[in-house]
Design a binder for this molecule. Structure first.
Ligand SMILES: [Zn+2]
Length: 463
């Protein structure tokens, strides 16, 4: 039997997750994610697919983050028309995320055109709203633990990866002339994250493992500590009449913070101050969360006690630009949660421009801040900072809470591998920068895996 694996993204780097599996006479993509980062470095990589999209038989999608799903409309644009298998929650999240990604592409292009900087192929949007909608029609929802045949000799099962709503690890069985079991971890989450269940690895012997390594070289603080710190921060800022400004990713982080605030309010640990979720995308995504209680962690007190997890008297969801602007002229205290997560775009920029100069306010960092972003500069204590081209003195307090990370750290990754139980014949380490990739390879070797590889972009292996 011939099984072949080629790595076309998140190989030697974090974003662009996409691996081509050729087996049982078919060609299947595991994820089709977008390369993210500076446009000058990623646009060409994203633009041209390294294979004929019309010859791909199907896609298996682990979760809705754009670095795993964001090249799907590009595949469709290039003629792919097979099924995209994913969990029902991921399917519904993509219905919000992919049109949003297309909208950003179209807006960026308009911006370049207006400034006379649009230059042929390089500046055209990768795909349009129509491509995103056509992609959605190919999605097939497969619940966790339901074994589904993609072809006669190839079946898959999704297991909860505990990373974001609907996220999955994939257990693939190839039964053409013998048995081969291939497990793709997807992004592995953490134990104790609010709302979603803990990661659940498959168990038993594995022939081929593809595993992520984002944080294989570090340790996170605990999720319980994160909630306690959040409560303490809100009390402190409310007492001095300030605002808590939270840059948050619209998918995942925003809902976790809302959930924690609900929990804190119910137990009387935060005062009665308004909490604004000021991001149309986060509002839409929160609606998708409400549609999928079947994947919530039923051991959590709030999940069992309260059917309206995201609605409580303090919270207000904001869509219109006028309502968003009026938040800045209102007096504190208040909590404002807005995208983008690294304060590079979105409504959080307006709130920071109005708020960083006031010593009563707090900028609360709850997610990873990449180098060269405004979020990172504020986190590191820079002042003044540039927002919309103007300089602002940072007098507000700045605090970082690390415990809300959606990725397993070193010990959690090792725990996930140990729980696989059976021997692992061969492993490929993906989805990490060079330090974490090597750290994960070392962890696997120490756990007894003899054949461990860190594939390069474009590399192909016959299994
Ligand atoms: Zn992810």
């Amino acid at each position: 039997m011939s099984i072949r694996l080629s790595f076309y993204g998140a190989a030697g780097q974090v974003t662009g997750s996409m691996h081509l599996l050729e087996a049982a006479g078919g060609r299947f993509l595991l994820d089709a994610g977008l390369f993210q980062g500076r446009r000058s470095e990623t646009h060409a990589l994203n633009l041209k697919l390294p294979f004929d999209a019309r010859r791909v038989d199907g896609v298996v999608l682990t979760h809705a983050h754009i670095d795993h799903s964001g090249r799907l409309p590009l595949l469709v644009r290039d003629g792919f028309h097979g099924p995209i298998h994913t969990t029902p929650a991921t399917r519904d999240l993509c219905a919000v995320m992919l049109p949003d990604a297309a909208h950003i592409q179209e807006k960026d292009f308009e911006f370049l055109e207006r400034r006379g900087k649009a230059a042929g192929e390089q500046s055209r949007p990768l795909y349009t709203m129509a491509d995103a909608i056509a992609t959605q029609e190919l999605m097939v929802g497969v619940p966790y633990h339901r074994i589904t045949h993609l072809r006669k000799h190839l079946a898959l099962e999704f297991l909860d990866a505990g990373h974001i709503l609907g996220s999955a690890s994939v257990d693939i069985r190839i039964t053409e002339a013998g048995n081969h079991r291939l497990v793709f971890s997807g992004d592995i989450g953490r134990s104790g994250l609010p709302i979603i269940r803990d990661p659940q690895p498959p168990s038993g012997p594995i022939d081929t493992l593809i595993i992520e390594s984002t944080y294989a070289d570090r340790s996170h603080e605990s999720v319980a500590d994160a909630e306690a710190k959040l409560g303490e921060a809100v009390r402190r800022v409310a007492a001095r009449g300030g605002k808590v400004l939270v840059p948050a990713f619209a998918l995942g982080r925003a809902q976790e913070v809302i959930y924690s605030l609900h929990q804190l309010w119910r137990s009387g640990k935060i005062p009665q101050i308004p909490i604004y979720v000021d991001s149309p995308l986060a509002v839409d995504i929160t609606t998708v969360f409400r549609m999928h209680p079947e994947v919530f962690d039923q051991r959590e007190h709030l999940v069992t006690a309260e059917s309206k997890l995201f609605d409580f008297p303090l919270i207000r969801y904001i869509r219109s630009v006028e309502d968003s602007k009026s938040l800045d002229s209102s007096n504190g205290p208040a909590v404002i949660i807005a995208a983008s997560g690294m304060a590079e775009a979105g409504r959080i920029l307006h709130h920071l421009a109005h708020g960083v100069g006031d010593h009563r306010n707090l900028v609360l960092i709850v997610g990873y801040q990449a180098e060269h972003t405004l979020g990172r500069r504020i986190q590191e204590g820079a002042s003044p900072v540039k927002i919309f081209g103007d300089e602002y003195e940072v007098r507000a307090e700045v605090e970082t809470i690390g415990g809300y990370s959606a990725h397993a750290d070193k010990s959690e990754l090792l725990g996930w591998v140990r729980r696989l139980g059976g021997p692992i014949k061969r492993a490929f380490v993906v989805h990490g920068e060079s330090g974490p990739l090597e750290a994960m390879a070392k962890l696997l070797r120490e756990a007894g895996v003899r054949d461990v590889r860190v594939p390069k972009h474009g590399e192909t292996f016959d299994l």
